[in-house]
Design a protein around this ligand. Structure first.
Ligand code: GLU
Length: 340
């Protein structure tokens, strides 16, 4: 009788422990093994360091000149621990990854419904700078990560004029990175003198009554936001703010309302890697955003972020080594969010 009671007590305590452990794990409270993270980062770097497949973007002339050998891999955990390998302080222009932070700012200023109603949250199924997509969707840009939606998002940042709008967008990116990010004048000049297609997109959206401010001014501010420099380390920290429900784990500063984080991650999952977003999600299960400068920012919600820089791109415009290194780390550490 006594031993039966003891056995049931034991069973009960095992059950209680399991429930507590599972829910703690679900909340990301059980620390990932730090030695394993450090090892996975080193291995990912070593494994792909000499992979020279892909090609720098050259439609923006300054990007073709960036050293294709640059390769940095950084993991930043939700509680601010940093693991890195390679050229993690080497900077490239942020390009499309900036779209994440301006979309965040628009949500912060106007709410998640506004972003969905005015800009959209669907994949276009067409290239990032498609004009046909706007026509097909009756003036809707579809999402804030194609150029149309990104320029539109820039236009909707509330500010008294375009100078103040740029200042807000830059300050917002700096808050995510936890430092004043440098501005890449060479990339900006190269792109601003050659952005007629983006101007056309902005004008077309304006004709549909979708812009929040002057379309050409918004295009210029958008081009500036794309010309901000970031390193793999910066991308890791910026992503970790999203893994940490909107608080920068290194500065302790809230950079985005908690409620908007899952919305932003949803758009990253849908449209983060251009026309290859579906294949990326299929392989990694993780919301991410790439840029033609060679950066890739990936978020493992509630756990950590992976920032990688490597300029050579695949045919979709996504960094080849950054994708490989990120998928390696995700698989090695069992981080695929759909497999939890
Ligand atoms: N500034 C680039 C453009 O508008 C961004 C492209 C990108 O990274 O996707 O073409």
């Amino acid at each position: 009788m006594l031993s039966q009671m003891r056995r049931s007590l034991l069973r009960l305590s095992v059950l209680i422990f399991m429930v507590a452990f599972t829910s703690a794990f679900a909340r990301g409270l059980v620390a990932l093994d730090e030695a394993k993270i450090a090892q996975a980062v080193q291995e990912a770097y070593a494994k792909f360091k000499d992979d020279d497949s892909g090609k720098n973007a050259d439609y923006i002339k300054a990007l073709a000149k960036v050293d294709p050998k640059l390769f940095g891999v950084t993991v930043v955990t939700r509680d601010g621990k940093v693991f890195e390998a390679g050229d993690t302080k080497a900077e490239v222009s942020i390009q499309s990854i900036s779209k994440v932070f301006t979309a965040a700012l628009v949500m912060q200023q106007h709410g998640a419904k506004f972003l969905q109603r005015k800009i959209g949250a669907n994949a276009t199924g067409l290239p990032f700078n498609s004009i046909i997509a706007i026509e097909l969707h009756h003036g809707s840009a579809s999402n804030p990560f194609v150029n149309a939606g990104a320029i539109q998002a820039t236009s909707w940042v509330t500010a008294k004029d375009s100078k103040a709008r740029w200042a807000k967008i830059k300050a917002n990116m700096d808050a995510f990175a936890g430092r004043k990010l440098p501005f890449n004048e060479e990339v900006y000049v190269s792109e601003v003198n050659d952005n007629k297609r983006n101007q056309a997109i902005a004008k077309l959206l304006d004709a549909y009554g979708r812009m929040g401010s002057d379309p050409l001014e918004a295009t210029t501010v958008y081009t500036k936001q794309c010309s901000v420099n970031v390193s793999a380390h910066d991308l890791g920290v910026m992503g970790a703010c999203l893994a940490n429900h909107g608080v920068n784990p290194l500065t302790g500063k809230r950079v985005l309302e908690k409620a908007y984080v899952p919305k932003l991650l949803a758009v990253m999952a849908t449209a983060g890697l251009y026309d290859n977003a579906g294949d990326w999600l299929y392989a990694s299960g993780a919301p991410a955003k790439s840029g033609v400068g060679g950066g890739l920012l990936t978020v493992i919600p509630g756990k950590l972020a992976i920032g990688v820089v490597s300029p050579p791109l695949d045919k979709y415009g996504n960094s080849v080594r950054a994708q490989k290194a990120t998928i390696y780390i995700i698989e090695k550490l069992g981080l695929n969010p759909f497999a939890q």
